[in-house]
Design a protein around this ligand. Structure first.
Ligand code: ZN
Ligand code: ZN
Ligand code: ZN
Length: 109
């Protein structure tokens, strides 16, 4: 009984796409250099192209400097950028915020 439960837990840990345990994300660990210059400082690149001005928050891609809008925004361009490019780590582009996020592991760091 106990052993069966433990095996189930192992399977969940190995196969689940859910949040990883702290420290397991090599993308966050690797993104230590100076951040790239934002390509469109203070603007979501795709929203600006669309003429859309109603985004909630901005995120900057730490691979290429793309600035996109967050998942609370109508177009979610930061997530779309990850899906299109595979660039895994972004940082908040909001004043006073410095947290980072790995899309691949759904992990903050
Ligand atoms: Zn990661
Ligand atoms: Zn946008
Ligand atoms: Zn990028």
């Amino acid at each position: 009984m106990k052993r069966a439960l433990r095996r189930a837990a192992d399977r969940i840990r190995a196969g689940s796409p859910g949040p990883a345990t702290a420290g397991s994300c090599n993308e966050l660990a690797a993104a230590t250099g100076p951040d790239p210059e934002p390509r469109t400082p203070g603007l979501c690149e795709e929203c600006a192209a669309l003429g859309e001005q109603n985004w909630a928050h901005l995120r900057i891609c730490l691979t290429c400097g793309h600035v996109g809008c967050c998942d609370s925004s109508p177009h979610r361009h930061a997530t779309a950028h990850f899906e299109q490019t595979g660039h895994p780590v972004m940082r908040s582009h909001e004043p006073g915020e410095a947290w980072r996020w790995c899309y691949r592991h759904a992990e903050m760091g």
